[in-house]
Structures are given as C-alpha cells and as structure tokens.
Design a protein around this ligand. Structure first.
Ligand code: ACO
Length: 332
C-alpha cells in the first residue's frame, strides 16, 4: 500500500460517486399480483412506488463492479491508483469467502491491494466512510474505493409481505482520496452498534436439507421503525452539535432510504426544510448499503452536487448498527 508524505496533515475527501441500477423495475402494482398487498398500502406506509431487481444471474459483485467503474471514471483514476477496496453488503456473493471486495477488485483490474467486506447492513456506507477516513488520515492509503453492493432480493422471502415490499437491488460506489484542504473533506463520521437488538432484523439460516441452506430476512418492523426515528434523530443532533452546525449549515440531508415516514419524522424533529432532504425511496426502495451513494449519485447526475457542497448522512440497519457523517463533495 502506498503511503503519503511523512509529516503532511491529510484529510479524507469524497472525490467521486457512481451507481448502478438493475434493469428490471418492479412496481407496487406488479407486487399486488404476487402477494397480499396493495399499491395504496405500500405508498401510505413507506412512500415506495417502485424498486429494481437484479436478474437471477447477477450477483452483488456484478452490481458493485458497474457502480465502481463509474466512480473511477468520474475521478479520472485508473485501477492502479486504488490502494484499498472495501465493500459493504448484506448479500455477499459467497457466505464465507471470497469476500465480495476481492471479486470486485479483481474484476476491475485492482491486484495486489487489500480488499475486504464489512457487515453493517443498511449502515454499510457510513461504516465504509468511517474506515476509509481512518485509513487516509493515518497515512495508510491515498485512494480508496468503497462500494455498497446489494442484491437484497437474494435474501428476501417472497412470501413475507412485511419485508418483500420494502427492498430493492442496486449499487453505489465512491472514491475517497487524501486531501490537504480541510474545507473540502469528510469533517466527521460517527458509527455505533448495539447487538442487544440483533433479532429486530436478521437473516437466520434454516437448513432445508443437507445440501441447501435458506437465508431469508426476518424483521420486527414496528420496533425497527420506532428505534430508527429515535436513534437517527439523536445521531443527527449530536453530529451537528459536534461540528458546531445547525440544519441551515447543511446543503443536502441524505438519509438512508428505508421509509419515507422515518425520513420525514427525523427531518421534522431536526427542522430540516423539505428542499434539503434527498429522497429516492419512492423509486428504488431500500437498497441497504447502496442507498446513500445511489442518492448522492442522483444529486450528481441532476447537476445539484457542486465542489464544496456540504452533505449530512444518516443510517440505521441490522445489527443494530447506525451512524452519521458530515462531509463535502470534492469532485468535479
Ligand atoms: N401489505 C398490506 N398489509 C400489510 C403489509 C403489506 N405489505 N405488511 C403488513 N401488513 C399489515 C399487517 O399484517 C397489519 O395487519 P393487521 O392490522 O391486520 O394485523 C397491518 O398491515 C399493519 O402492520 P404494521 O406492521 O403495524 O404496519 P406499519 O405501519 O408498522 O408498517 C412497516 C410496516 C412499513 C414495515 C414499518 O413498520 C416500517 O417501515 N418499519 C421500518 C422497517 C425498515 O425500514 N426496515 C429496513 C431496514 S432498517 C432501516 O433501514 C431503518
């Protein structure tokens, strides 16, 4: 791994984003034909109208590779510029090994560089930012590729209407690079977890027979909803206080896209204006670790993201895990 110059004070910066959305769009109306639900129920309770599902052949790595190619190209970087690859996923290609990060790195032509996955479910992107920031600020890396790659549909039970309607597949990637300009850097990242809530959201293994193991998500939806609003509001309040900022100092609040009602409740508690809140949940559903980079990518593609734009991120997911970040966009 390449080092940075000895004695230089370095900060970590968000250099570029990229995303990939699978082709197949699944509307609430289509779900009405498969399970006992309705477009009206899903829209009212979640704000979701559509989500995208990967094909049977596509794996999380395939989605992540496409998102990473876009992020690399927008950063004007070659695979050989990358010192480290980290992937956040709740649907790794393989249960134990190899990591999805190894598969993505190799497919991109990034060889002889460290690559590993982190498991923080929907908080994955904030965890990735935290690790990348620490590696860069300690001088252990200069350019890091982080990817949220999620074929969530591979762990959904199509018979469980409480979870099947909520999630979608997708990937989002970012390049985090060393900078000496604090004003354009990732100012603060906070992550946390508490395993006492592990059974709120999990993918238990059940053996169908000696050859097949089924892993499907189970969720205590009401409990997750309540704790999400409470923890995320606290999280956002604290990170703003730590940075001596208020809602008006933030250009875009980019929350994890789980449920419009959670996003609205947290936004209202913290006095964010609706024009500051970035929403993609209606289109993509909950894409877990990919949801935040996919939302930042939407801002980028709509020409709303400028060099120096200040973003506030928050997320909560299985574990339970949660976190928040305040950062600037340092790309073109
Ligand atoms: N279609 C129609 N009816 C449904 C469906 C469905 N898809 N799912 C549940 N129902 C029914 C229930 O059976 C129940 O019926 P009953 O009153 O006859 O018993 C009724 O709707 C109400 O169910 P609740 O679970 O109380 O509905 P709620 O308003 O809590 O909404 C939801 C459920 C949308 C899952 C909500 O609890 C939620 O969003 N929780 C957060 C979960 C989440 O976002 N998880 C993602 C990962 S964590 C994160 O990212 C923050």
């Amino acid at each position: 791994m390449k080092g940075v110059g000895v004695g230089e004070k370095v900060y970590a910066a968000l250099r570029s984003v990229g995303a990939y959305t699978p082709q197949r769009c699944v509307s609430n109306k289509e779900l009405e034909t498969q399970i006992d639900t309705s477009d009206e129920w899903i829209t009212r309770r979640t704000g979701i109208k559509t989500r995208y599902f990967a094909t049977a052949e596509q794996k999380s790595s395939d989605l992540g590779i496409e998102a990473a190619k876009v992020a690399l190209q927008r950063a004007k970087m070659l695979p050989s510029d990358i010192d480290l690859v980290i992937v956040g996923t709740l649907a790794p290609d393989f249960i134990a090994m190899p990591s999805t990060a190894c598969i993505i790195a190799s497919a991109l032509g990034i060889h002889d560089r460290p690559a590993f996955d982190i498991s923080a479910a929907c908080s994955g992107f904030i965890y990735l930012l935290s690790v990348a920031k620490a590696y860069i600020e300690s001088g252990m890396a200069k350019n890091i590729l982080i990817v949220g790659a999620e074929k969530v549909s591979s762990v959904l039970n199509p018979q469980d209407r409480g979870t099947y309607i909520l999630f979608g597949d997708g990937a989002g990637a970012a390049i985090i690079s060393a900078t000496q300009d604090k004003e354009l850097s990732i100012l603060n990242v906070h992550i946390s977890a508490d395993g006492q809530y592990q059974d709120y959201l999990m993918t238990p293994r059940s053996e169908i027979n000696k050859k097949e193991i089924m892993q499907c998500m189970s969720m205590k939806g009401n409990e997750v909803f309540k704790i999400a609003v409470h923890k995320l509001a606290d999280e956002v309040k604290h990170i703003l206080e730590e940075c001596n900022m208020g809602p008006k100092d933030i250009q875009y609040f980019v929350p994890h896209q789980a449920n419009y009602r959670i996003i609205k409740a947290v936004g209202d508690l913290l006095n964010f204006d609706s024009s500051q809140i970035v929403l993609t949940v209606d289109k993509f559903g909950n894409t877990s670790a990919a949801s935040i980079p996919m939302a930042i990518n939407m801002l980028y593609e709509n020409n709303q993201l400028k060099r120096g734009s200040r973003l506030l991120l928050d997320a909560l997911g299985g574990g339970l895990t949660w976190g928040s970040a305040i950062l600037h966009f340092d790309g073109e």
